[in-house]
Each structure stands twice: as C-alpha cells, then as structure tokens.
Design a protein around this ligand. Sequence first.
Ligand code: AMP
Ligand code: GLY
Length: 429
Amino acid sequence: MPADLPDLLTCLVIGTGGREHALARALSLDPGVRAVHCAPGNPGIAAVATLHEVDPMDGEAVADLAESLLVDLVVIGPEAPLVAGVADLVRARGIAVFGPSGAAAQLEGSKAFAKEVMEAAGVPTAAAMVCSTPVEVQAALDAYGPPYVVKDDGLAAGKGVVVTLDRDVAVEHAAQCERVVIEEFLDGPEVSLFAICSWDPEVGATVYPLQPAQDFKRIHDGDEGPNTGGMGAYTPLPWAPADLVDEVLCDVLRPTVEEMAARDMPFTGLLYAGLALTSRGLRVVEFNARFGDPETQPLMALLDSPLSPLLMGAATGTLASVEPPRWKDGAAVAVVLASAGYPESSSKGDVIHGLVDAESLPDVHVIHAGTAMVERAVVTAGGRVLAVVGTGPSLADARDAAYEGVAAIEFEGAQHRTDIAARAAAGEV
Ligand code: AMP
Ligand code: GLY
C-alpha cells in the first residue's frame, strides 16, 4: 500500500445485489478496513455494512454520500452506473473509485464497441456483424447459419442474448432491439476470468487475473430454458488447462487493456472476460466492466488475500505495488435461488424461511441479492433472491455444502438448478 494512503480504509460499496454482498462481506473481513458502507444495499448486506439510501445512477449523489462519510474508496458494483459515468463524477471529487470510467465501461455497454476493440487488439472472438435493419439481420443469419446468436447491442441485464436454432425466434429478438450484434456460434465450455486492472502513465498497465470460475446462465438443469443473469457458479475449474490463465492474460486481457489505454480511455477496475474454449481455440464471448454475479460469490469465498489493497491499488494506479491475489485451497460453489416467474418476471414479497438454519451449517454462507425486510421478515424482492455458497476441500464437498444450505431455505415459488458444478465435480466437463 503506498505511503500516502490511510492505514485503515473506509469503503462504500454501491449496489444492491449478490455481488455487492460478497464484496462488502470480503471487505468487512479485511483487517485493513475500518468501516464498510453500502448504498442502497439489502438486508443481507446490512449484516456486514452500514446501509444508506442513494440512487446508484446519480453520480453527484453517490459522490455527496462518499464525501459525507469520509470514504477512502468507492466500489461501484453494477454495470449501469459505470456505463452512465458515475465513477467519473466521484473521481472528479478526488475520491478513489474502483470501477472504470463511462468511456471504458463501453467495453460492456456496447457489444459493437467491444467487438471493434477486440478486432483492433487482435483478441480472438466470434466473427460478428452489427445490424440495424431487417435486411442486414437476414443477411447475417444467412452468413453464420444456425445455431443463431443474436445480441442486443446495449445493456440488458444478462437477458439481451438469444441463442436459438429457430430462425423466427432469432428474427423476432432482433426486431425487438434497436441495434443487434449477430455472430457465429461458439461451441465448447465457458469460463469467466476476471482481472483487476490498474493503469498508470509511468508504470503502464497492471493486470492481476483472479482464479477462473464458471457460471450457469440458463434457468433450468442441463442448460435448458432462457438465459438469466446467472443461476450458479463455482471455482476453481479442475478441468481447465493449466496454462489457461496465462493464455488469457497474453491473448485477451493485456492486449485489451493496452488498446484501451492507446485510445485514451484506460481501463481501471474489473475486466471480466467471458470465454468459450472452442474446438478451434479460445474465444471471447463478451466483456463486462465489473465483477460477475454470481461468480464473485465463490471467488470471494476463496480469496486468501485481503481485498481492499487490490481494489485500492486499481483505483489509485498503484496495483503494481500490491501483491497479486492468493487463493485458499479447496473449492467454492454458489447456487442461486430465484423467485417465481424468473427470468421472464419475478415475484416480490414471498417470506423467506430457513436463512438462520442455512447460515448455521458448517462451510455455508448465504448471500442476499433480491431481498427486502418487511415487518422483520426477509422477503423476496427480485428475480435472483439469494446465492447459497458452500466451500470444501473438493468441488464435491463444496457442492454438498451449498445444496445442504439450499435445502434449508424455503419460499413460495423458489427455483434453483440442481446441477451447479455437478459435471465438473464428477470429472465430466
Ligand atoms: P453474453 O451476454 O454475450 O455473455 O451472452 C450470454 C450467454 O449467451 C453466454 O454466456 C453464452 O452462453 C451465450 N452466447 C453468447 N454468445 C455466444 C456465441 N457466439 N456462441 C454460443 N453461445 C453464445
Ligand atoms: N455471471 C454473469 C454476469 O455477471 O454477467
């Protein structure tokens, strides 16, 4: 930690979801952190941080709150405020922020921009066409053939992508979006690799990859049904090639961060590479400009280093002077409990039972995403409600712990996948 930073940090996490709970929890366990605040937060985060009201999209309000709390570091969790430039407004007040500028967050905010950067940087990704008219859409669908991959160009909370064999469904999705990216289908398992990135005009880029994780995007077991924000995740990946992280660092992360710096929009914060390990090699499926949800939940459970120096290092351009992240042995699995109707809709106000029982199990903790407190009861308040995290010496143990926690929890219409990390634990990926 550089000499001019305080010994003990006061941190403010912006957001309300599972990712923010996992980050706030990790900060609360960090001996270098004096106090954790979160806004707006949720009832789970209230156990590890002091909650405040704020509109995460209102950068001046976020900056005012940070100033009034004498915060040393603001961590912006979700993509929408990042893309809207909230980090820029807070940084303009002289406060350290973990999270990219609005310009750099376009790596997530526009799939067309991300494709352009990847092309310029020579980063391997699916061939793609940007389409704004029905004629262009038909031409692109003809060019790549089925399975069709049609992506809303803008932010869509994980639901902007349709992968289908049905051409009518592909055409219909394209018609609902102003601009779409249509691309070739990528086969092979998916990997989420996150990197903490810092940039300094003198030192250049520092990129610290985290441990690879895998996310389960579809709502139903066996990867059936529509895409969601993510129904579960685990780390590490016992089946991943040993040189995967180095390969992604060399072929994807560094070239992207360097290309962004060359465009005068240095990327600082968390660069999330969504990757497909295809039969023709590694390809980027997407970039996100923030921690992934729910991958952050198992990753934070296994992070052995204190989190705050990494985030503060990135926020202040001094990451190179911080030790790279270390990891605990063993594995972690997160299983998401979603509310009735998700992902098409969601259900609010269903009372959640069994949280205390789940939390009291060994090697289990419960992360809140869409919950609220009504008359001293914790109730559902969104699509993804909770993530139950289990840890253990092996993936099978971590999975058992997580599902024991899931079994303890009940609410009307609860949905979860039963196969999170199952194939990996059985050595079948
Ligand atoms: P994205 O929001 O771009 O990550 O897409 C969401 C999900 O759709 C990904 O995690 C993949 O499961 C799937 N997907 C996206 N692009 C492709 C592609 N080119 N080929 C196959 N599946 C894809
Ligand atoms: N886990 C997917 C996402 O955070 O976008």
